[in-house]
Design a protein around this ligand. Structure first.
Ligand code: PLP
Length: 482
């Protein structure tokens, strides 16, 4: 399957739509749009028929791999099914056709929804308040760091350091550094957990917070989290939990009860919002009581039976996005929580964890497993056994495409050699998981018997192996919109 650019199928004079003859008096164009605002040459638009357009985009959509077509075991990304009912709810006229500048008397419904949703998140996480403003996990991390900074400034003790374990998600050190903090790394122990001794050695009055991903990027829960939080709190520090992996803990443990002071959730992961190209994201940030005054504005206030935006918050860090964030995603997440119900939460995390453990067990005879104990919602394999046969983890990932699967996350986390990070999620059936395992085992056998076949993969995709460095450094931009 190949597809030309739409500019390449363009033929001069070909048109989708031809307007019929004018039936009103013609006016000079200058009366409507003065010449200085008009371009002197026509835009270089493709000239195509309606059927050309339909076929072109339909074919492109068929080349697209997505959760609606097949299994997507992308570690750390929680690519779960996005139920269609949530799209219907978010598409209701009363939600779709509103505007944030409408008088708040006219938008009571959405304000109530956002307020109720905030309440649900507070309950699920055991935290005091949430901001729905951040548009992504990484933006929530940045907001969290801004709040940590504002908190210490207000206390008159500006602290400079953020401790981050080597098993954290890559956005964590980036967010801390972007906010002006110095990042101090602590190593994991042989169990893949934070080494408490190393943490205690890294502590000082300069430390503002620990940023910890739970479960971490190895798919392992920090079983010493209570002691970790106490260590920080005893030294006047805070604990930020990257909660993008909340799919492993929903309905089972509340981060606030563990001692976490700040936490973000990814509605486009755990709460079934479409991910990646499917739409904008949402990364609500939750905080403890002491940090609530620093949250962004506007906040939804509920007084005398009326919901209204509140801007009076002298310690607020301001805003990271207009109004209440990407409310379309929030409506879908709200719809999700209503559809599974409070009692359904623990079933989600249970199935997510069982699915991951099932895959890990079935693959264990065929690939190296650096952390062999049980995992949470995801786990990390190592392709080092195959590497010795001359087949890299990248080759294995490319070969999976031939078998019709999206490739897992590879070469991350950095602490595992030839890492292959797999997250099945709870929405997959045993048949799908088995088909994936069969493909992985087949590839392990191919690495032994026909390594060349794996090294040259993919063979069945629209394009073969791309030169990724060249694609990034010398992009082929054949058409510029001049
Ligand atoms: C996805 C993810 C992030 C970043 O979230 P975005 O919404 O992609 O910015 C941060 N931490 C973890 C553990 C993640 O899985």
């Amino acid at each position: 399957m190949t597809e030309k650019l739409i500019f390449e199928i363009s033929r001069p004079g070909r048109r989708c739509v031809r307007l019929s003859a004018l039936d009103v008096p013609e006016k000079p164009l200058d009366d409507i749009l003065p010449g200085r605002h008009r371009r002197s040459t026509p835009p270089r638009l493709p000239e195509v028929s309606e059927l050309d357009v339909i076929r072109h985009f339909t074919r492109l959509s068929q080349m697209n791999y997505c959760i609606d077509t097949n299994f997507y075991p992308l570690g750390s990304c929680t690519m779960k099914y996005n139920p269609r009912i949530h799209e219907d709810v978010a598409g209701l006229d009363g939600f779709r056709r509103i505007h944030p500048y409408q008088p708040f008397g006219q938008v009571q419904g959405i304000l109530q929804l956002l307020d109720e949703f905030t309440g649900m998140l507070k309950k699920i996480c055991g935290l005091s308040d949430f901001s729905l403003q951040p548009a992504a996990g990484a933006q929530a991390e940045l907001l969290g760091m801004m709040i940590v900074r504002a908190y210490y400034r207000k206390k008159g003790e500006p602290r400079k350091k953020i401790i981050i374990p080597d098993s954290a998600h890559g956005t964590n050190p980036a967010s801390a550094a972007l906010c002006g903090f110095d990042v101090v790394e602590v190593k994991s122990n042989a169990m893949g957990q934070i080494d408490i001794k190393a943490l205690k050695e890294a502590m000082s009055p300069e430390v503002a917070a620990l940023m910890v991903t739970i479960p971490n990027t190895l798919g392992i829960f920090e079983s010493e989290i209570r002691e970790i939080c106490e260590t920080l709190h005893d030294a006047g520090g805070l604990v930020y939990c990257d909660g993008a992996n909340m799919n492993a803990m929903l309905g089972r443990v509340r981060p606030g009860d563990m001692g976490v002071d700040l936490l973000h959730l990814n509605l486009h992961k755990t709460f079934t919002g479409p991910h990646g190209g499917g739409g904008p994201g949402s990364g609500p940030l939750g905080v403890s009581k002491a940090l609530a005054p620093f949250l962004p504005v506007p906040r939804i206030e509920h007084k005398h039976g009326t919901y209204m935006p509140g801007y009076a918050a002298p310690d607020s860090v301001g805003r990271v996005k207009p109004f209440y964030g990407n409310i379309g995603v929030i409506i879908k997440a709200y719809s999700y929580l209503l559809s599974i119900g409070q009692d359904g939460l623990s079933g989600v995390s249970e199935a997510a964890v069982i699915n991951a453990n099932y895959l890990k067990q079935r693959l264990s005879g065929h690939y190296d497993i650096p952390y062999p104990e049980g995992c949470m919602h995801e786990f990390v394999l190592s392709g080092r056994k195959q590497k010795k046969l001359g087949v890299s983890t990248l080759d294995i990932a490319k070969r999976l495409l031939d078998y019709g699967f999206y490739a897992p996350t590879i070469y991350f986390p950095l602490i595992v050699e030839e890492a292959i990070m797999i997250e099945p999620t709870e929405t997959e059936s045993k048949e799908t998981l088995d088909a994936f395992v069969d493909a992985m085992i087949k590839i392990a056998e191919e690495a032994q018997n026909t390594p060349e076949l794996v090294r040259k993969a993919p063979h069945n995709t629209p394009v073969g192996r791309l030169d990724e460095v060249k694609a990034a450094r010398k992009p082929d931009l054949r058409w510029s919109f001049s």
